[in-house]
Ligand binder design. Structure first.
Ligand SMILES: [Zn+2]
Length: 459
C-alpha cells in the first residue's frame, strides 16, 4: 500500500468524532460500514465471492417476497429464490433496462419499506437518459463508505483538505444540511466547473493556492483545464499529493498533463449511483478495483453471454444494498473491459481493465476555448427540466448554434425550453441560437450507446 504520513489530529477528530456525530445526526451508518469495507478489501477473491453470493441470496429472497415486479417475474419463469444461489446463476434472469423501470417504477418498490424513508435519486448515467430511482439510508451509508475507501487508495484520509471541481452531480447544488456539514468537516472545498473561462481558472488557482488541498477531485476535463493553465504559467504553487478523477473517461493525454502540472499521481474512478457500480485505481494502476461487496458487476456481450477478460462488454449491475428498490441485472448503459489476474497491491477486489464508451465531448466557444460538456448537462438533470423531460441530447452545430433534442414526458410543462435557453446562455457566456426539437426517442448506436453532447465543430 502507498506509504502514508501518520494521521493528523484533525484526521483523528474527523474520523473518530465528527463522522460518528454526522452519522448520529443524519441517521446513517457510514463509520461502521467503512470499518468493515476497509477490512474486506484485503480478503481473498474466494472469500469476497462468498460474501457477494451471500448478500445476493438475501437480495433475491427479499425481491421475490416483497417486490411485485420480481414476484411476477420469478413466477412467469418458473423460478424460486433458491434457483439463484450465486452470481453465475443470475444468467437465469433477464437483463433489466431503464425503460422497464421507468414504465412502472412502483412495481419495483419493496412493500416492506415505508414511503417516508425513501430517498429519491435522479441520474443520467452515461447515456443521458434521466432516470429516477429510490434508495434508503443503508444504501446511502454503504455508498459513502465505499467512496471513502476508494479515496483512501490514493492515501486520502477523512479530514484531509480536498478541492472538488465538478458539476452538481458531485457537488449537489442544493445540498442538505447534513451534506454541507460533511463537506465542512471533511474540509472539502467545492468549486463549480460551470463557466470555466480564463478568469475563473485564475480565481480557482488562487483559491486553491490559499487552501493548499492534499487532494483534487473532479471531472478530468475540468482538472485538465487547470493543469494546462499551471503548465503554461509554469506555476509551482499548488502541491496536492493525489488527484482523483471521475464521471468522464480520463484520456492518457489528460492523465499526463494533470500529473505533470501538479507533480502527483492521478487515481481514476468509475461509479454509477443507480446500479451501485464502483471501481477505483489503486497506486499500482493495474486497472480499477471493483467494489464487489457493493454490487455484482457482470460484463456481457451482445448475446447476453459473459465476455472473457480483456474483452469489452456492457456492464450489468445488481446492487446488493438497495432494499427499497432492488434492481437485479440492471443495464445502466456503461461499457467496460473486465481485467484478468490479481493486483500486486494485495487487495482481493477483482479488476476492471477500463471503462469504455463514456464520452463527453467538448463545446467549442466562439473564441476557440473548449468547455467540458458534462456541466452543460446539469440543467437537464435537476429541478423543473428533469421533471419535464425523459431524455435529451445537445448537438453543437456551429460555434454559436445548438440543437436541443428533447423527449417530453407526461409532466412536461410550458416554459421548459425557456429555462434551458436561459441556462445555456449563462453557461456559455453569450446568447447562442438554439433550435428545440421534440422526438419520441433518441436513436442509439449498435452498442446501445449515445453521446449526450455532440459537437460538430472543428477544434
Ligand atoms: Zn491494487
Amino acid at each position: 500500500m502507498r506509504p502514508q504520513s501518520p494521521p493528523s489530529l484533525f484526521n483523528t477528530f474527523a474520523r473518530h468524532i465528527a463522522l460518528p456525530i454526522n452519522d448520529a445526526v443524519a441517521g446513517t451508518d457510514i463509520v461502521r460500514r467503512l470499518r468493515f469495507f476497509e477490512k474486506s478489501q484485503w480478503w481473498s477473491p474466494v472469500d469476497l465471492q462468498e460474501y457477494q453470493d451471500r448478500r445476493l441470496r438475501g437480495v433475491i429472497e427479499r425481491a421475490y417476497s416483497t417486490v411485485p415486479y420480481y414476484h411476477d417475474l420469478f413466477c412467469s419463469l418458473g423460478l424460486l429464490p433458491s434457483d439463484i444461489r450465486t452470481a453465475d446463476d443470475l444468467l437465469k434472469l433477464p437483463v433489466l433496462t431503464k425503460d422497464e423501470v421507468r414504465q412502472n417504477p412502483d412495481a419495483f418498490l419493496s412493500r416492506d419499506v415505508k414511503k417516508t424513508t425513501l430517498i429519491e435519486n435522479a441520474t443520467s448515467g452515461s447515456t443521458g437518459q434521466v432516470f429516477r430511482f429510490y434508495t434508503d439510508r443503508t444504501n446511502l451509508s454503504v455508498s459513502r463508505a465505499i467512496a471513502l475507501r476508494a479515496w483512501n487508495f490514493s492515501g486520502y484520509r477523512v479530514g484531509d483538505r480536498m478541492v472538488t471541481l465538478a458539476g452538481s452531480a458531485l457537488l449537489a447544488e442544493n445540498m442538505s444540511g447534513s451534506r454541507k456539514l460533511q463537506f465542512a468537516l471533511s474540509r472539502n472545498m467545492p468549486l463549480s466547473s460551470y463557466h470555466l473561462d480564463e478568469k475563473s481558472v485564475i480565481d480557482y488557482i488562487s483559491r486553491i493556492e490559499r487552501f493548499q488541498p492534499k487532494y483534487l477531485r473532479g471531472y478530468p476535463t475540468s482538472i485538465a483545464l487547470l493543469a494546462e493553465y499551471v503548465l503554461e504559467r509554469k506555476l509551482d504553487t499548488v502541491h496536492p499529493v493525489g488527484i482523483m478523477t471521475t464521471a468522464e473517461t480520463l484520456s492518457k493525454q489528460q492523465r499526463s498533463i494533470i500529473s505533470a502540472a501538479f507533480g502527483c499521481e492521478v487515481f481514476d474512478q468509475f461509479g454509477c449511483l443507480d446500479g451501485g457500480a464502483h471501481a477505483c485505481e489503486c497506486d499500482h494502476h493495474a486497472g480499477y478495483h471493483i467494489a464487489v461487496e457493493r454490487a455484482v458487476h457482470e460484463f456481457l456481450d451482445m448475446n447476453g453471454d459473459p465476455v472473457a477478460p480483456g474483452e469489452e462488454g456492457r456492464i450489468v449491475l445488481t446492487d446488493l444494498w438497495n432494499d427499497a428498490m432492488p434492481l437485479i441485472r440492471y443495464d445502466a448503459g456503461d461499457m467496460g473491459v473486465p481485467g484478468d489476474g490479481a493486483c500486486s497491491c494485495g487487495r482481493g477486489l477483482p479488476l476492471l481493465e477500463k471503462v469504455t464508451g463514456r464520452t463527453f465531448e467538448h463545446i467549442v466557444l466562439p473564441d476557440g476555448r473548449l468547455v467540458p460538456s458534462m456541466v452543460l448537462t446539469d440543467v437537464f438533470e435537476h429541478g423543473k427540466v428533469a421533471t419535464a423531460i425523459a431524455d435529451y441530447q445537445v448537438v453543437q452545430e456551429a460555434k454559436d448554434r445548438f440543437i436541443v433534442i428533447l423527449v417530453a414526458n407526461k409532466d412536461y410543462a410550458e416554459g421548459t425550453t425557456d429555462v434551458i435557453s436561459q441556462y445555456m446562455k449563462e453557461f456559455l457566456g453569450f446568447e447562442p441560437k438554439i433550435t428545440f426539437s421534440f422526438v419520441e426517442e433518441i436513436p442509439r448506436t449498435r452498442a446501445n450507446k449515445r453521446t449526450i453532447v455532440v459537437s460538430r465543430v472543428d477544434r
